[in-house]
Design a protein around this ligand. Structure first.
Ligand code: ZN
Length: 346
């Protein structure tokens, strides 16, 4: 596998041949399983609940420094586990994954992981392929997503396949990624939170993530953003459900052709990775901008919209510097600001 030096290379080069990518995903999973089987220093569930032999001297980074695990640490671990489990009761929605992710993972997803396409599906289990980050030693990653409401969506109801697909992508799901970040930081969380779609991880992440923070790596975040809003995913799920409805047992297998996938990757715009809070802020700014532009368009035009008005310094026209900065951040021109000030002074 060629090293990918640039996350922004053309679709074809990072995507490689989709034919055979399922085998590659399987090999990665087998490698991970073998590595885990011989791993030393795993803090297992029995130990977390109290059967820990201090003679093992396992280490943790809880509190910020590497040091041996104490009985108090185990109590904190148990508390962190309870917190995660309170949040999740089987499955997690794409929106929740984005909302509960760490800022650092969102930034990486935004900057480095620009593309994710569905490669194949077997019933509710869909395999996505994403490009890899610039420091990766592989050119792509495999993210598996299990849509938990597939059965309900596939059963022909009042909804047509497209409506059902649109509903399905907002329902709880499980996921898995083959990267190190998912394996060492998040797989334990998805396991105890019951939204893991790969190998279960029972070893507490005492070194990498003892606080159990975050939920998805950059590849998973890119895939979740696509699941939530991309037309490509909607079309793919629609075709899958159409196929399922033509089968007596709701069974469907679907493979994206190389051409389809490359075209989808090429033409799909790169979505911003946004939390619900980010969206709310953007919507509020857009609302204010619309209201202001509306007010300006309705305001009676000053009799003399003259060179004098255009020359007029907005700051002298009733707005303070902070207000002017706000208007500018909303994309208003000096002239529009001056007009608003003139309208307000009538
Ligand atoms: Zn990943």
């Amino acid at each position: 596998m060629a090293t990918n030096q640039n996350g922004g290379r053309s679709a074809g080069s990072w995507m490689g041949k989709l034919y055979g990518s399922a085998t590659e995903a399987k090999e990665a999973a087998a490698f991970d399983k073998a590595r885990r089987a011989v791993a030393q220093n795993i803090l297992n569930p029995k130990e977390v609940v109290g059967e820990y032999d201090a003679g093992r001297v396992l280490m943790t980074t809880l509190g910020g420094e590497v040091r041996p695990i104490s009985a108090d640490d185990l109590a904190v671990f148990r508390q962190n586990i309870r917190t995660v489990q309170r949040h999740f009761k089987g499955g997690i929605r794409a929106r929740q994954v984005l909302d509960m992710s760490l800022p650092v993972d969102r930034e990486r997803a935004q900057r480095e992981i620009r593309m994710a396409v569905p490669a194949s599906a077997s019933n509710g289990r869909v395999r996505f392929v994403t490009n890899a980050g610039p420091d990766s030693n592989v050119s792509r990653h495999h993210v598996a997503v299990e849509f938990m409401s597939y059965g309900a969506a596939a059963s022909a109801g009042a909804k047509n396949p497209k409506q059902a697909a649109n509903w399905l992508r907002k329902q709880p799901l499980k996921f898995d990624c083959d990267c190190g970040r998912h394996t060492y930081w998040f797989r334990y969380i998805s396991t105890i939170g019951s939204f893991n779609a790969g190998r279960a991880e029972t070893g507490f992440p005492k070194i990498r993530n003892p606080n159990l923070h975050g939920v998805g790596c950059k590849h998973v975040l890119r895939v979740m953003a696509e699941i939530e809003s991309s037309g490509t995913v909607l079309l793919f799920l629609t075709r899958l459900l159409e196929r399922a409805r033509n089968s007596d047992e709701n069974k469907a297998v679907l493979r994206q052709t190389q051409k389809e996938a490359e075209e989808a990757a090429k033409k799909g715009r790169v979505r911003d990775i946004k939390t619900t809070e980010d969206r709310r802020k953007a919507a509020a700014i857009a609302r204010e901008r619309r209201a202001l532009q509306d007010a300006i368009s309705k305001a009676p035009k000053p009799k003399k919209l003259t060179a004098a008005t255009r020359r007029a310094k907005p700051s002298a026209a009733g707005f303070n510097a902070a207000q002017i900065a706000l208007f500018k951040s909303m994309g208003l021109s000096d002239e529009q600001i001056a007009l608003a000030a003139a309208a307000g002074s009538k």
